[in-house]
Design a binder for this molecule. Sequence first.
Ligand SMILES: Nc1ncnc2c1ncn2[C@@H]1O[C@H](COP(=O)(O)OP(=O)(O)O)[C@@H](O)[C@H]1O
Ligand SMILES: [Mg+2]
Length: 222
Amino acid sequence: MGSQVLAVEGLSKGYISGDQRVLVLADLSLSVCSGESLAVVGRSGSGKSTLLNLLCGLQAPDEGRIAVAGESFDDAAAPGADMRWSELRRRTIGVLFQDVNLMPALSLLDNVRLRTHLAGHPAGGERGWLERLGVGGEADRYPDQVSGGQAQRAALAMVFAMAPALILADEPTGSLDRHTADEVADCLFTVQQQTGCALLFATHDRELAFRCDHLLDLSTTG
Ligand SMILES: Nc1ncnc2c1ncn2[C@@H]1O[C@H](COP(=O)(O)OP(=O)(O)O)[C@@H](O)[C@H]1O
Ligand SMILES: [Mg+2]
């Protein structure tokens, strides 16, 4: 097993709904090491997206401690916490959503170039990443000129090109048909294994979830 990349302790998050506070995540703890994958499953509304947003600093928890690649957060209001989160999102945490991963005004290749540049890596390997993810032939096309599966492969190329320690994927195959979803997920799991990064994979698709090393079911922990 690799070194610990993500560690979460006692995480809680609720939302105000009307005059009530609805607890979505209650006292959640987990950890993921390099080279490992953890599937986060649960019905719609069980808190998968909320959890992933907390883990990349886009939302603040009510309680709990999060550590990513040696950076520790136990108080969202601590001075400098926002800056440290944005630095992590730039260089260390690759985030994949169901849609809208690519900038529409840039070609697939330029999307990967921009992400690589923002992560502080030298240019040069971007076309190779698109080829590795099976969309080398589409490098000069724009996101609206490729299929959903090809766009998501380009998004994977973009995320892997930044050489992240951790990938947070929020239903990345959720808008794809079964066959395409399986192919894209294959690519994600294969390249994650090859690169040895840690992966947290949120999905309502239990078939895909069982391909991860570990499973966290939010339907039963909430
Ligand atoms: N910004 C928000 N304000 C209020 N309630 C929210 C907000 N985001 C999510 N929720 C609620 O929290 C619950 C969990 O949502 P979410 O994390 O999106 O679940 P999932 O991704 O598993 O479908 C849902 O009941 C949802 O309505
Ligand atoms: Mg969601």
